[in-house]
Design a protein. Structure first.
Length: 347
């Protein structure tokens, strides 16, 4: 491997041609695991009892939609994770058709695939989950709940609603993984995950678009804060460098920003990371709960055996003590930014 001494111009050029793979992992696997898990704890009983019996599955399967994209290579999966609102025209969040069929009629399948279908995907999954509750189909419920939680997580990550999703239009490449991966892994543990009891939404479709609107508003704030910081931060200190002055990369090929840079940006964002992350938990639990209510609040207690439920309730009791303080048990998703392998440093 060639060792190249640190050179700011080289970094800029190289960054601009580097494909950043963590777009695969909106909120990173750390984030998706905690969003789904915290959303389970937010559910009112008796729905929480049922979900808690399947907490491991729903927590771990939170990243399955991303696995479908990148490990299986399912091309149809990609547009479900984002919506490039700016590409749909001015004020798109208010003018886009609320139903997928109308959108398809207006834009055609090809254009929708390019610009993203996230809000419509959420509504489709919500309808499917409601139906699964109605049928009391256990496997479908837990699979759809885990999947829906993923898309709602994505829908609260500001850069998943913007065509400038990796800062590529404004010379801010790397901001996607910086925000949802490196910063979240650094500060996630400080976020109070307790959003109170899950809400029931009167109009799911409208709620979806309201959520997208709030998330999109945060995209500009995030991009601007990072652009402002880049202007004043000593250039040599923006990235993490190894002893040979090479920028360190994680196992997915994403560049590490320096701890100081991440901390300062987090501070300048003034709680934006926490707000979007907590919103993801709030909406995930709310969409699950609303699906169950709209299905007529079916009794799910006979879907699991009594002994399993009893045992899990004991564990839940312990976790609820932590929950009161805004914490959960320690989950163990594979971190994306803590495993440093200097062999991956840029050559
Ligand atoms: Zn995703």
């Amino acid at each position: 491997m060639k060792i190249r001494k640190f050179n700011w111009k080289t970094i800029v050029i190289t960054l601009s041609i580097t494909t950043l793979s963590t777009i695969a992992w909106a909120w990173g696997s750390w984030g998706h695991h905690y969003i789904n898990h915290a959303a389970i704890l937010s559910l009112p009983d008796p729905l929480r009892t049922f979900f808690y019996n399947h907490a491991d599955f729903i927590t771990e399967e939170s990243v399955v939609p991303d696995i479908r994209k990148y490990t299986i290579g399912d091309k149809a999966e990609f547009p479900r994770h984002y919506i490039d609102l700016e590409d749909y025209g001015a004020d798109a969040v208010h003018t886009l058709p609320k139903s997928f069929n109308e959108a398809e009629e207006k834009f055609g399948a090809e254009e929708l695939t390019k610009k993203g279908t996230l809000p419509w995907t959420i509504n489709e999954m919500e309808a499917k989950l409601t139906d699964a509750f109605r049928k009391k189909s256990k496997n479908e419920i837990i699979f759809l709940a885990a999947t829906l939680g993923h898309y709602i997580g994505d829908a609260n990550m500001p850069l998943h609603t913007s065509s400038n999703h990796n800062g590529q239009l404004t010379d801010q490449k790397g901001i996607h993984a910086l925000f949802e991966g490196e910063m979240l892994e650094m500060f996630g543990k400080t976020i109070n995950l307790n959003m109170g009891s899950a809400p029931c939404f009167k109009d799911v479709n409208q709620t979806t678009w309201d959520m997208i609107e709030a998330t999109h508003a945060a995209a500009d704030t995030l991009l601007k804060a990072e652009a402002d910081l880049r202007k004043i931060f000593p250039k040599r200190n923006i990235y993490r460098l190894d002893s040979a002055d090479r920028v360190v990369k994680n196992q997915y090929g994403d560049w590490y920003f320096s701890d100081d840079y991440v901390k300062t940006l987090h501070q300048n964002l003034d709680g934006l990371l926490e707000r979007r992350f907590r919103a993801a938990i709030y909406y995930t639990s709310g969409f699950w709960y609303t699906a169950w209510v709209n299905a007529g609040k079916p009794d799910l207690s006979d879907l699991d055996d009594e002994a399993t439920t009893k045992c899990n309730q004991k564990i839940l009791k312990k976790e609820l003590k932590l929950w009161k303080k805004g914490k959960t048990f320690n989950l163990k998703p594979v971190p994306e930014f803590k495993l440093i392998n200097s062999d991956h440093a840029h050559d």
